[in-house]
Design a protein around this ligand. Structure first.
Ligand code: SAM
Length: 237
């Protein structure tokens, strides 16, 4: 099964025993990948289900439902202040590979980038492609950018951490070690210029615990990767 191409389908494409392919998917499967009628691929709904499917014209016949267990046991959300330029593209791609469940891009006091609606579409496409590539069962949700205060007010996660580059705070690894695998974790990462004091105080008021990612100052794009890698190392054996 490992070598079969994976594509994400919308729930509206799913029929009892077949999948209706969009013209874009047909182009990709027949023209780009050079598959032929009868060839097999994996269809995934991005919400936990995979099917082995066989190409049949503009449809694909569902051959069997597949069991996929590639998700982390904990649901991890990231609140990330948008970095400059296109750096967030790589953050979305790598964090998807590492198993993030939700990414909430935020505009903080020191954020320089104010994204266009096209950016959100782009990030969602990148998350979908990275989920296909990394054999995720789910495609992470990329939320609409909001202010940092709105993001911390709306989180429902049971365990909340804000990464602060300076100061004497417990390491994320120590803090997370006490968390049960069924928990929902949210981690906030600041922009290039760091969080303002007011943002940190507001986060603490909203139940966030300040944590360190080590003694070096990481770039804004490196910090979420380190945070997710640490959690993966703790929960995956
Ligand atoms: N300009 C800030 C300064 O000099 O303090 C550093 C900001 S850092 C480039 C961007 C973000 O990454 C920080 O706001 C923080 O969330 C996270 N970060 C980077 N290094 C970290 C560390 N060692 N511990 C915790 N968080 C870190």
């Amino acid at each position: 099964m490992a070598q079969l191409q994976r594509i994400v389908i919308a729930s509206s494409q799913l029929q009892p025993e077949q999948i209706i392919l969009t013209s874009e998917q047909q182009h990709y499967l027949y023209r780009v990948l050079r598959l032929r009628e009868g060839d097999r691929f994996i269809a995934m709904d991005g919400m936990g289900k995979w099917w082995l499917a066989q190409l049949a014209g503009a449809q694909a016949k569902i051959l069997e439902t597949l069991c996929v267990e590639t998700e982390l046991p904990v649901a991890i959300s990231l609140i990330i202040a948008l970095p400059k330029g296109n750096a967030f593209d790589e953050v979305v791609r790598i964090c998807t590979e590492l198993g993030v469940a939700t990414i909430a891009p935020v505009v903080s006091d020191r954020t320089l980038l104010h994204p266009s609606p096209q950016k959100l579409e782009r990030w969602r496409r990148i998350a979908k492609e990275a989920a296909e590539q990394s054999e995720r069962a789910i495609v992470p949700a990329i939320l609409e950018p909001v202010s940092f205060s709105a993001a911390i007010a709306s989180t429902t996660a049971t365990h909340r951490y804000i990464c602060e580059a300076r100061g004497s705070y417990p390491h994320l690894k120590t803090a997370i070690n006490e968390v049960s695998p069924t928990s929902q974790i949210v981690i906030a990462i600041g922009p290039e210029g760091g969080w303002t004091q007011t943002e940190i105080e507001n986060a603490l008021d909203a139940g966030f615990q300040p944590v360190s990612l080590g003694k070096r100052i990481l770039r804004a794009v490196t910090a979420p990767i380190v945070a997710l890698s640490l959690i993966t190392a703790i929960y995956e054996v």
